[in-house]
Design a protein around this ligand. Structure first.
Ligand code: NAD
Length: 255
C-alpha cells in the first residue's frame, strides 16, 4: 500500500483527495497535516499531526494543495530532512524562490509540479503550442474564470498555457505577457494577454483565443468538478512514488 500524506487537507481539493483515496486499492492515508485542530472527519486510525517532520516520516508520498506560504514551509522541511520523500505539488501562485526550493528537493527525491492536474489541460497546452507556432500573426488572448475565493491571479494554469504559446512562438513569455490592459493601453503586435475573472463557485475555465482579421479560433477547457484535480493528483502520486530524483512535469505522466 502506498501511504499518502495530505497537505492542505481541510481545503477544497484536500478534502476531495481524502475522499478519493478510499477508491484506490493500492493507496491509503499515511498522514494528514493540520494547522490547528482537526475540524473534519477522517477514516479511523488516520495519523493527524501539526509537526511537519513527523508528517513526512509517515508517508511514501506527499500531495500538496495548500497556499504559497505553506508550500514553502513544506518544501523547506523536505529539503532539510535526512530521509526525503516524493512530493506532488498542486499549489499555485508560487514564486521563483519556491521553484528554486523544488529544484533543490528534486536532487534527492522525485518532485512533480503541475498548476493543473487535469488531462484536458495537459492536452490543451500541447494544442495551443502548435497553433501559436502555425498562426504566427494571430493575436493571442487568454481568459480565465475561477471561484471567488481563489487567491492568485492570473491562475497558474493560464500562465502555463501562456508559456506553451510563447514556446510555440519561440519567444520568452516575460517579453510579451500583458496582465494589465488598463495601464498598457492599446494592443501592440506580438503581445499575449491574460484576463482574470473571479466569481461564484466556478472550478476553472480557460479559453485561449487566436484572433485574426476575418476569423478566430478559441480553445476552451472547463473543469466542471474539482474531483478532476484530486483524481489527477492521486494518479501523479502513484506514478511518482518509485521514480528517481528529478523535477517532473505532468506531461510525463500523461505521455
Ligand atoms: P483552500 O483554501 O480550500 O485550501 C487550502 C488548504 O491549505 C487548507 O487546508 C488550509 O488550512 C491549508 N493552508 C493554508 N495556509 C496554510 C499554512 N500557512 N500552513 C498550513 N496549511 C495551510 O484552497 P484549494 O481550493 O483547495 O486550493 C489550494 C491550492 O491548490 C491553491 O493554490 C489553488 O490555486 C491550487 N489548485 C490547484 C489545482 C491543480 O490542479 N494544480 C486545482 C485546484 C486548486
Amino acid at each position: 500500500m502506498i501511504k499518502v500524506g495530505i497537505f492542505g487537507a481541510s481545503g477544497r481539493v484536500g478534502q476531495l483527495i481524502i475522499h478519493e483515496i478510499g477508491a484506490h486499492r493500492n493507496m491509503e492515508i499515511g498522514a494528514v497535516f493540520v494547522r490547528k485542530e482537526l475540524d473534519f472527519s477522517l477514516p479511523e486510525g488516520s495519523f493527524v499531526t501539526n509537526d511537519l517532520d513527523a508528517f513526512i516520516q509517515c508517508c511514501d508520498v506527499v500531495i500538496d494543495f495548500s497556499s504559497k506560504e505553506a508550500t514553502n514551509a513544506l518544501l523547506r522541511a523536505l529539503d532539510s530532512t535526512s530521509s526525503p520523500i516524493p512530493c506532488v505539488v498542486g499549489t499555485t501562485g508560487l514564486d521563483e524562490q519556491d521553484f528554486a526550493l523544488m529544484e533543490s528537493c528534486s536532487k534527492r527525491a522525485p518532485i512533480l509540479y503541475a498548476s493543473n492536474m487535469s488531462l484536458g489541460v495537459a492536452l490543451l497546452r500541447q494544442i495551443v503550442e502548435q497553433v501559436a507556432a502555425k498562426l504566427t500573426h494571430a493575436d493571442i488572448e487568454i481568459s480565465e474564470i475561477h471561484h471567488r475565493h481563489k487567491k492568485d491571479a492570473p491562475s497558474g494554469t493560464a500562465l502555463s498555457l501562456a508559456e506553451s504559446c510563447a514556446k510555440g512562438r519561440k519567444q520568452p513569455l516575460k517579453e510579451i505577457l500583458v496582465t494589465d490592459r488598463v495601464s498598457k493601453g492599446a494592443r501592440k503586435d506580438g503581445e499575449l494577454s491574460i484576463v482574470s475573472l473571479r466569481g461564484g463557485d466556478v472550478a476553472g475555465r480557460h479559453c485561449v483565443g487566436f484572433y485574426l482579421d476575418g476569423e478566430y479560433l478559441e480553445f476552451t477547457h472547463n473543469a466542471t468538478n474539482r474531483l478532476t484535480f484530486a483524481k489527477g493528483a492521486l494518479e501523479c502520486a502513484a506514478w511518482l512514488v518509485n521514480k528517481p530524483p528529478k523535477l517532473y512535469s505532468i506531461d510525463e505522466v500523461f505521455a
